[in-house]
Design a protein around this ligand. Structure first.
Ligand code: ATP
Length: 232
């Protein structure tokens, strides 16, 4: 299996804090990786470095053999943890605006996802409720046929009944064969069915890494329960 992403000795320091402290990782084609860890363990930092939104202090990142830059950015879709859409635009205008930046934007996929998520296209982005706005950001990210999809807490701010819908959307609309996905989350139980592999981050280091099925078998419990034990 070809690697879409390779990290070698990845480190990031903010002042005296090592947000990431030596991460080695390979993510292959078709893989969904759960990136799990408590607050401040380095999850967002890792996604930002991969997306080219921040620079590593040390180490190497390769996305399809390329360092983060304009080429890799064109093939990487990130669900940001901050609002990045103009509030005065309608949902439809925002889709047209965002899609104009990306060659891999798939309008059919966007339409299906908008319908699935029950988002009103005439509504102003600024009038969407927090949960709706989270769903809309997910639609924009997932509508790209990107080789690498990075989701930072995709279920944050979303009520439990809508979470299943979102997990379903990720499972059905994600282009499994030629892309890879990393999902950073605390809401492990709601989304662990999607994970092929999981990585547990603790203070910027890998505390545990492996296939989700193998870990469940080895510990005889869910990934969520393993998570609770590792971070107890
Ligand atoms: P959460 O689950 O709360 O989102 P996280 O696992 O995503 O947390 P990060 O946001 O990556 O964690 O933060 C890792 C560490 O780096 C924390 O100690 C945080 O305070 C620090 N940090 C992150 N970004 C910055 C920054 N821009 N300047 C200074 N310190 C930062």
């Amino acid at each position: 299996m070809d690697s879409i992403l390779e990290l070698e000795g990845l480190k990031k320091r903010y002042g005296s804090i090592w947000a990431l402290d030596g991460i080695d990782l390979k993510v292959g084609e078709g893989e969904v990786l759960g990136l799990l860890g408590p607050n401040g363990s380095g999850k967002t930092t890792m996604l930002k470095l991969i997306a080219g939104l921040a620079r590593p202090t040390d180490g190497r990142i390769l996305i399809n053999g390329q360092k983060p830059g304009p080429v890799s950015k064109a093939h990487t879709a990130i669900l940001p943890d901050v609002d990045h859409i103009y509030r005065w635009m309608t949902v439809r205008q925002a889709i047209d605006y965002v899609s104009s930046f990306y060659e891999d934007f798939d309008h059919d996929k966007a339409r299906r996802l908008i319908e699935l998520m029950n988002i009103e296209t005439d509504m102003k982005v600024g009038h969407l409720s927090r949960g709706m706005s989270e769903r809309f950001k997910l639609v924009l990210t997932m509508s790209r046929n990107a080789e690498l999809i990075l989701l930072d807490e995709p279920l944050g701010g979303i009520d439990p009944t809508s979470r299943d819908k979102i997990v379903y959307a990720i499972a059905t609309e994600y282009r499994w064969e030629h892309s890879a996905m990393i999902i950073a989350t605390h809401l492990v139980r709601d989304i662990e069915s999607l994970f092929d592999k999981v990585i547990f981050l603790k203070s910027g280091q890998i505390a545990l890494y492996g296939s989700a099925d193998e870990l469940r078998e080895k510990y005889n419990e869910s990934v969520e329960d393993i998570f609770k034990e590792v971070f107890a």
